[in-house]
Design a protein around this ligand. Structure first.
Ligand code: GDP
Ligand code: IMO
Ligand code: MG
Length: 423
């Protein structure tokens, strides 16, 4: 069997949680491969909204295994809170939630280092979610990190203390940065006990064996392609590979095992945190999208920056991920407009380009738009794409032609049911 992948093509928050939840009945295993509690994946059904940070978005379906892969970083405190929120739903987490022994741990001092680093950057700050993601991946690649498997070893506390000592040394260089580590450590060690009671596995063996047995696996991405450490708008990115290749390293899956790659995008575009965003609308149109789309971060509550869809950016993301099909989200949000703009190319210093440039931060980019007719009617009760307004069908066909990938899902509201199949 192959592993299908679902990942974000923009700057995150495309609606990954919702679509993973919708697709879960087709799979046996849902596996997160990177990122950590910087993610906020929302799903809605039966009138209840759930936000997951580390736990895969297949957790609400019985009989499906949810696996946190080696590429993920885990904060035991946030993980414990997520588990507590699941308690009313009687989910058998001991058997249905598996955690890779190779996943790295976010220490309280990683969170402090994140905050100190952002404060030191001043106006150049990344706009990090301050969950300790960057410092934890730094310790991973710096070969200092602590992993889930370490919590079962007798000298775990010693390893912890040695790493904390290093961190305290670094923090001492940040003048005026104050913290109370003891206060943070209590809940952290409580969270470690919770993790110990769950099921830690050699996830690469587990997954490859499952594939051999014919099990179906969906890999769930976090963040989005433009936040990828290599291909995103560096340095305003996260610290992991959010692209398809991240599935291989984050789960121990060979490239030849990758099946469908489902790229998910909003019918417009958003970004939260700092960094370049060529089609950003800093005007009343952007404000209208934010209001209609309720564009506020699921993890931090920060207002998301809003703009029109950007085809050079989308083509770039489709290219690096090898996207085979697309899911278009939040079409209902654009119902407020009589006409919709699509950025077809850029002018950089007066020269036309359809490529996403290296120096996107400093380049003098002028996005050039094509205007399309809006549908200007409520889509949220639509049950079938065939009965969608012609202007929406035209928008979908236009994007399919420009992006050369079929749009197989069109989402018209946050609920599971507000999901239309196309083709
Ligand atoms: P993720 O990080 O990719 O899982 O996305 P988030 O959960 O951070 O943000 C997506 C937001 O849009 C959530 O509040 C979802 O409930 C909501 N959402 C998802 N699909 C749709 C849709 O088609 N229409 C509307 N109006 N909201 C949607
Ligand atoms: P999901 O999975 C949107 C952004 C932050 C910041 C940058 C680096 O919900 O789509 P980090 O905390 O990783 O050091 O932050 O990346 N960011 C996200 N933006 N959605 C996310 O996740 C994000 N995770 C990180 O705002 O700009
Ligand atoms: Mg999100």
């Amino acid at each position: 069997m192959k592993v299908d992948v679902l990942l974000g093509l923009q700057w995150g928050d495309e609606g990954k949680g919702k679509i993973v939840d919708v697709l879960t009945p087709k799979y046996d295993i849902i596996a997160r491969f990177q990122g950590g509690p910087n993610a906020g994946h929302t799903l809605e059904f039966e009138g209840i909204k759930h936000v997951l940070h580390t736990i895969p978005s297949g957790i609400f379906h019985g009989n499906v295994i949810n696996l946190v892969g080696n590429g993920v970083v885990i904060d035991p405190v946030i993980f414990q809170k997520e588990l507590e929120k699941l308690e009313p739903f009687n989910i058998d987490v001991k058997n249905r939630l598996l955690i890779s022994k190779k996943a790295h741990l976010i220490l309280p001092t990683h969170r402090l280092l994140d905050a100190a680093s952002e404060a030191a950057k001043g106006k150049n700050k990344i706009g990090s979610t301050l969950k300790g993601i960057g410092p934890t991946y730094m310790d991973k690649t710096g070969r200092n990190g602590l992993r889930v498997g370490d919590i079962f070893t007798p000298n775990f506390k010693e390893k912890y203390n040695a790493l904390v000592e290093k961190h305290v040394g670094i923090l001492s260089h940040h003048e005026g940065f104050e913290y109370d580590l003891k206060e943070l450590e209590g809940p952290w060690f409580e969270g470690i006990e919770t993790l110990k009671a769950l099921t830690a596995v050699d996830s690469e063996h587990y997954l490859n064996q499952a594939l051999k047995e014919g099990k179906k696996v969906l890999a769930e991405g976090a963040q989005g392609t433009m936040l990828d450490i290599d291909f995103g708008t560096y340095p305003f990115v996260t610290s992991s590979n959010t692209v398809t290749a991240g599935t291989c390293t984050g789960l121990g899956i060979a490239p030849t095992r990758i099946g469908k790659v489902i790229g998910i995008f909003k019918a417009y575009c958003t970004r939260v945190g700092s960094g370049p965003f060529p089609t950003e609308l800093e005007d009343e149109t952007g404000e209208a999208i934010r209001k209609e789309g309720r564009e506020f971060g699921a993890t931090t509550g920060r207002p998301r920056r809003c703009g029109w869809i950007d085809l050079p950016q989308m083509r770039y993301a489709i290219m690096v991920n090898g996207v085979t099909e697309l899911s278009m989200m939040k079409a209902d949000v654009l119902s407020i407009f009589n006409s919709i703009q699509v950025c077809t190319h850029y002018l950089i210093d007066g020269n036309k380009t359809e490529e996403f440039p290296f120096d996107v931060q400093d380049a003098n980019i002028v996005p050039v738009y094509e205007e399309l007719e809006g549908w200007n009617c409520d889509l949220t009760a639509l049950e079938n794409f065939d009965t969608a307004p012609q202007a929406l069908k035209n928008y979908v066909t236009y994007l399919e032609e420009k992006l050369e990938v079929p749009i197989t899902v069109v989402s018209v509201g946050p609920d599971r049911k507000q999901t239309l199949s196309n083709h």
